[in-house]
Structure formats: structure tokens, C-alpha cells
Design a protein around this ligand. Structure first.
Ligand SMILES: O=C(O)CCC(=O)C(=O)O
Length: 276
């Protein structure tokens, strides 16, 4: 007899219940070795300017000034980009965003018509000395008319305590939205992320973790000589709009979904602002 976990290979009832209770779910290796190396290579090509997209929001640790700065499209050939958005316009990344496993989960948690708020490369380059403090992936800075609950985080390199891996507070999503800003204040940290409630998300390269957007998470420095790269995608109802301009977001599942064979470059008006 089929077990509950076998009923739907993509997302069983048991997995859904576990996710809703704990605010995260480890999916294991969704990427094959070959797919993983293709994405690793592609993101490095984008950072080095060997594959370019004109309308792509990027954040760079400027090698000359030592400061973080935003660029629209590629400016400097180096591997010190901290963050790159708008990756759904790259056919390789889009195909991964549309992985059948993620489609099943999105159908279950979001619905039939699904867009992406952000499809984002997060990098902790070698010898990265900044931390990312406790936060939830919602808030005023997101500037949209719904609060998404589904983020798929995939390790492009192994990650753990030695290289700035992610830490979470399981179950913290059940607190709801703790504040409207991005990061928690000191007293909120004491209250919502006390010692003893925090766990480390040790992952191997190629592993994916489903995260509830309200789940508290943070990540540390990367003192090693190798980058710690990750790819994070927030899926949401395709009807979601920006509060200021009323724009919708790129659709990845359902009618009018982007197709990796024909995906066009992203229009300028969709990248005018840095949301989230
Ligand atoms: O990859 C990380 O270090 C954390 C990413 C993160 O905080 C996010 O995706 O919101």
C-alpha cells in the first residue's frame, strides 16, 4: 500500500503539515550534479559579464571603494557580487524555478497561477565579514499587496557554521509578522529568537529547503577562501501587485507562464525599484 509520502511525489499531506508546523521543510537534493554545475557556472558567467542581461538588479562589493553598491546590469567582472535579482530571465535559472517538484508545492501552497516576487542569487564571497541579522521575508520594503509564504532556498555550495550558513528558529513563522521593517530590534531578538531555540541549516550543495516567509532566519560571515552561494525564489499568487505602481510579477506557473525556450529580457519598468 502506498504511504502518505508516496501519494504525491512533489508534496505529500505529511510534508505540508510538517512545513506548516515548523516553517521549513528539507527537500534534499533536488538538483542533479550536472544541473548544479550548470547553475554554478552560469552564475559565475553572469558575475564575470560573460552572460549579460541589461535589466538585472545587482549588488556588488566594489573592489575599488570596498563599499556595497547597486548596479543595473553588469558593470565589473568579479565574483564579489553580493546579490543578483531577476534571474528568471535566464533560461537555465528559469527551468530550475519551474522544476516539477516546486510546481507541485506551489500548486498546493499558492494556487494555479503563480508569479515570482524575487528570483535571487545570494552570495557570501570568500572572506565575507558581514552578517545578515534576524529577519522575516516580508515587510514594508517588499511593497506588495499580499504576504507570500513560499520561498525555495537552494544551496549552490555546501553551507554550515564555518562559512555563514543559515540559522532559523523553527516554528517562529507562527508568530505572524513581528514588525513591518525587515530586521528585528534587540528586544524582539531576545523575545523571538532566544538561545536554545535556534538551529543551524547545514546543507550540501544542491540541497533545497522550503522556507515559510515568516520564519525567522539569519546567516553569518564567511571567513573561508571559497564563496558560499545560494539561490532563493519567492513564489506567490500571480495576482499580487506592487502597492505603488500596481505592477504584477513574472508568471512561472499557469497561463502565460514564462518559457525557458523563449523567455524575453525583463522590461525596464519591472526593475526600476529594488523591492525586498
Ligand atoms: O542565503 C542566506 O544567507 C540567507 C538568505 C536570506 O536571508 C533570504 O533569502 O532571505
Amino acid at each position: 500500500m502506498a504511504t502518505d509520502d508516496n501519494k504525491d511525489f512533489g508534496f505529500s499531506e505529511k510534508q505540508r503539515a510538517r512545513f506548516l508546523e515548523h516553517g521549513y521543510l528539507r527537500l534534499g537534493h533536488v538538483l542533479t550534479e550536472t544541473e548544479l554545475s550548470a547553475l554554478q557556472q552560469r552564475i559565475d558567467e553572469i558575475m564575470m559579464g560573460q552572460v549579460c542581461y541589461q535589466h538585472m538588479r545587482m549588488q556588488l562589493l566594489d573592489p575599488e571603494s570596498g563599499q556595497l553598491r547597486r548596479t543595473m546590469g553588469h558593470e565589473v567582472a568579479c565574483l564579489a557580487y553580493r546579490r543578483i535579482d531577476d534571474l528568471e530571465q535566464d533560461p537555465l535559472f528559469l527551468a530550475f524555478i519551474q522544476h516539477s517538484r516546486f510546481a507541485s508545492i506551489a500548486r498546493n501552497l499558492v494556487g494555479q497561477h503563480v508569479s515570482v516576487f524575487r528570483s535571487m542569487f545570494m552570495n557570501k564571497p570568500a572572506h565575507w565579514n558581514q552578517t545578515l541579522p534576524w529577519h522575516q521575508d516580508v515587510g514594508v520594503g517588499w511593497g506588495i499587496d499580499t504576504n507570500p509564504i513560499m520561498t525555495m532556498w537552494t544551496a549552490l555550495d555546501s553551507a554550515g557554521p564555518d562559512n555563514g550558513g543559515m540559522q532559523i528558529v523553527p516554528g517562529s513563522h507562527r508568530q505572524g509578522i513581528i514588525n513591518d521593517r525587515h530586521f528585528l530590534a534587540e528586544d524582539e531578538i531576545d523575545r523571538y529568537a532566544p538561545e536554545g531555540t535556534i538551529i543551524e541549516l547545514d546543507v550540501e550543495a544542491g540541497e533545497s529547503i522550503l522556507l515559510h516567509n515568516f520564519l525567522l532566519h539569519r546567516s553569518g560571515t564567511n571567513p573561508t577562501s571559497a564563496a558560499r552561494r545560494a539561490f532563493s525564489v519567492t513564489y506567490m499568487d500571480g495576482a499580487t501587485r506592487t502597492l505603488d505602481t500596481g505592477q504584477t510579477f513574472p508568471v512561472v506557473f499557469g497561463s502565460d507562464a514564462l518559457d525557458p525556450e523563449t523567455v524575453p529580457g525583463k522590461p525596464a519598468e519591472l526593475v526600476e525599484k529594488f523591492y525586498g
